[in-house]
Design a protein. Sequence first.
Lengths: 98, 158
Amino acid sequence: MKKIKKLLALVLLLVVLIGFLYGISISEASSHREEASRIQESVEKAAVQCYAMHGIYPKTLEELLAQYTLHLNQKDYRIFYDYNGGNIMPSIYVIERE
Amino acid sequence: MKLRKGNTILFPMVLFCVFACGSFLAILYGIDAYQTIEQRADDNFAKSTPLAYLTNKVRSQDESKGVRIENIQGKTCLVLTSQEEEAYRTLIYFQDHKLYELLIPAAREVNFSEGTLVMNVSQLDMKQEQNKITFTIKHKDTYYKQQVILRSSDKESV
């Protein structure tokens, strides 16, 4: 009986531990997705602000970053900035690096 | 000075609690300061950027019959028409508290669901009186207005 109790306690502990680790992994995945959309939103906002100030969209991401101080995690995320012309909103995509 | 046994445990615990509470308060203060700064930046963006953006859009296409406010499918749009060989038109419109932009060939039918999101705007009103275009936005119960006089109209009348 004592052995069964010990085994049950161990199983319960394992279940709690697995649940905890699963929860952490889910929240991590969701925070990664949020981070990517936050970066995209920041770059889009800066591009629009640049157009509002200068009447032209920056040609490259580097040009945009030179004018606006944005702290972007480019180590873990890749930012695609497709210039469509000085008067057309650029296409901006962010993907997580593998 | 000799400390009693109870005090030797209690004193470090109290010190630890004071340190933990102090750290927590410092973090809360930091969060509050950061949120205030971000809120101010957002407010500045929300009340000035849409108007500056629309003004620059008008200026970029301010040529003969290049800019007008039009009602398309029941939606008020700022229509910018290019006078190049292949005619394109840019439609800027307000929908669901957002400002959208749609670039299409002039002959193509408008499908508002294809528009690109430019920015969030709580309320936008666009009006045209002859050569004067007025943009009005509302942010936190305050109205901000921008009037743009079309230069192309002056050229036409000269």
